[in-house]
Design a protein around this ligand. Structure first.
Ligand code: FAD
Ligand code: NAP
Length: 540
């Protein structure tokens, strides 16, 4: 610790002030515990503060993608659209921070750089980049699954003399009018931004390495009848969401099997889901994520939709994913994405034929030649699920480094705790449903489990709780076993760590479904935190 550095002491240090960190602080305060949130950014909101690119909006209906812990909050907040856009989500999270008087417990512009466990004291020492150290009994990593953006790794990226933007760090007041714009990437972020940028730019060129499946959002202003229906039946609808595999009520998962349906029946079922919009397509049949043949029927349906929308057949073929099952990467939910390719000012470069070789001072060079641009938008994704944790020097019992424990891929018990790292909790960590679910639901479940666990420890004057190696090994094996029953591991996705060179290829989230996972967590707690070693300790 540097001379003059401040030292503060709390029951719990929370890292991150997004959906997770805000609710964590609120819950811990209601338990009478002292807690402080450290947030690297200048605002609360997490994902919804950082990702301010044009078109950014939620991919799950707003009525479902929000907190459920306060009926007062529900009653006073009205969503203006079926799928809220980023500014409204950020306003909502700011409202939550004010509504529950959370700001006094949040320290912004403070990055946590290290967290070191002292086995004798059974406390963590957390270090920030603001010359301070915090002593805390518990640390909650609410650092986000998608909070560390990948940086452009193409040679020459820094030499570009025009403007460069990253969807994750979008500045105020960007205007592409009259400009030649390049977008690199075709994931969810790009697919939301491209239709908007196309309406401004003189010309927009999209550099696509792998096409993605996208389904229409059919977004619209909130229907007052639907809002009233939700207001009247909210508790029941929330229960239905929590009992749904992806914790998304609107998926309306059917039990029918695609391979047993006649082709015209299947088409009708998919058409009906396409007309509803969003992830409901995946709920049309129960075998879509388990059987490649069943999945192919949905792939063909979406391929035909793309062919029917994009007028140039060569471009249409390039936009159709052909190398992985639908759903094995998070499906994109768009507003006018495929239609954008019919605009005269939009063109597609397929990088499978002509990879990028360099960014030059004036544009983008591929093996086919160089194109000049005024602006480049990088929509190239995230070091997902482990990125934020790997940036913090986390050292557990005996000085063990988390980065060493996870060298071959992340291991955890229930995605909540890691053996060797007592009193360190992760919200929506690898090994939990997290990014395969409605994150708002998963976050609430994790925050409540963690706060209940901390309260339980307090009642017993327990000093430390830690996942056992045995329980962790069994859980990791189960996570892999369940993933292997599905088509998910067949894609080179960020779920697998495949988008970051050198990252171990391990399927990180838990695909066993939110209800089964929630029940397992509840059972573990009911059995006195089965699979965890709890150490009694009266020391303060
Ligand atoms: P985040 O919102 O990521 O917040 C984590 C915070 O921790 C960040 O503010 C970060 O600055 C801070 N932090 C990280 N490391 C440190 C450190 N060392 N020190 C201090 N602070 C730190 N999920 C859905 O279910 N539906 C969606 O529609 C959806 N849309 C998304 C759109 C985008 C563009 C992205 C990137 C993700 C989306 N997600 C969506 C996932 C989304 O991340 C979650 O839904 C949710 O917002 C995560 O909340 P969180 O608080 O756990 O993490
Ligand atoms: P992403 O899905 O990882 O997409 C990144 C894109 O960039 C991919 O097309 C990738 O191609 C491409 N790319 C990466 N590096 C490249 C390189 N060096 N050269 C060329 N292309 C490159 O990232 P994202 O779009 O930000 O989305 C991440 C996740 O955030 C989503 O899956 C979703 O969970 C969430 N999200 C949700 C929404 C929403 O709708 N609410 C919006 C945005 C994000 P490859 O596929 O070939 O690697």
């Amino acid at each position: 610790m540097a001379d003059g550095a401040r030292l503060e002491s709390y029951d719990v240090a929370i890292v991150g002030a997004g959906f997770s960190g805000l609710y964590m602080l609120h819950r811990l305060r209601t338990l009478g515990l002292t807690a402080r949130v450290y947030e690297a950014g200048p605002s609360v909101g997490g994902t919804w503060y950082w990702n301010r690119y044009p078109g950014a909006r939620v991919d799950i209906e707003s009525q479902e993608y929000c907190y459920s812990f306060s009926s007062e909050l529900d009653a006073e907040w009205q969503w203006s659209e079926r799928y809220a856009a980023q500014p409204e989500l950020l306003r909502y999270l700011n409202h939550v921070a004010d509504r529950f008087a959370l700001r006094s417990g949040i320290q912004l512009e403070t990055r946590v750089t290290a967290a070191i466990y002292d086995d004798a004291a059974r406390r963590w020492t957390v270090t920030t980049d603001q010359d301070e150290q915090i002593s805390a009994r518990h640390v909650v990593m609410a650092t986000g699954c998608l909070s560390v953006a990948k940086e452009p790794d193409m040679p020459g990226a820094e030499s570009f003399s025009g403007r460069s933007y990253h969807t994750h760090r979008w500045p105020e007041g960007v205007d592409f009018a009259g400009q030649r714009v390049a977008v690199i990437g075709t994931g969810s972020s790009a697919i939301q931004a491209i239709p908007q940028i196309a309406t401004q730019a003189a010309h927009l060129t999209i550099f696509q390495r792998t096409p993605n499946f996208s389904v229409p959002a059919h977004n619209h202003p909130t229907d007052p009848q639907i809002a009233a229906d939700w207001a009247n039946n909210r508790a029941q609808y929330r229960r239905e969401a929590r009992d749904a595999g992806f914790a998304i009520r609107a998926v309306q998962q059917r039990e029918d099997v695609a391979l047993e349906a006649a082709p015209e029946q299947r088409t009708a079922a998919f058409e009906e889901r396409w007309a509803r919009g969003g992830f409901s397509l995946l709920g049309a049949y129960s075998d879509l994520i388990f059987s490649k043949d069943a999945n192919d029927t949905a792939v063909q349906f979406v391929a035909d939709k793309i062919r029917g929308t994009v007028k140039d057949p060569v471009t249409a073929e390039k936009l159709i994913p052909k190398t992985y099952p639908i759903g094995s990467k998070r499906i994109c939910v768009d507003t006018g994405y495929y239609e954008t390719f019919n605009r005269p000012n939009v063109s597609l470069v397929d990088l499978t034929d002509t990879p990028i070789t360099a960014i030059t001072p004036t544009g983008v060079r591929t093996t086919a030649g160089e194109q000049a641009f005024d602006a480049i938008v990088y929509a190239i994704g995230f070091d997902a699920m482990t990125g934020a944790l790997s940036k913090i020097g986390i050292r557990g019992r005996g000085g063990a480094r988390l980065s060493d424990s996870w060298a071959e891929g992340p291991k955890s018990y229930l995605g909540l705790m890691v053996a060797g790292f007592p009193n360190l909790f992760i919200v929506t960590g690898p090994g939990s449903p997290s990014v395969l679910s409605n994150m708002a639901v998963s976050i609430e479940q994790h925050v409540e489990w963690i706060s209940d666990c901390i309260a339980w420890m307090g009642q017993r004057q327990a000093g430390a709780i830690e996942a056992t190696e045995e329980a962790q090994e069994m859980w990791v094996a189960h996570v892999n076993e369940v993933a292997d029953l599905t088509v998910y591991p067949q894609a080179n996705s960020w779920y697998m760590g495949a988008n970051v060179p050198g990252k171990p290829r391990v399927f990180m989230p838990y695909i066993g479904g939110f209800p089964a996972y929630r029940d397992k967590c509840a059972e573990v707690a009911a059995k006195g935190y089965e699979g965890f070693a709890v150490t009694a300790d009266g020391r303060a």
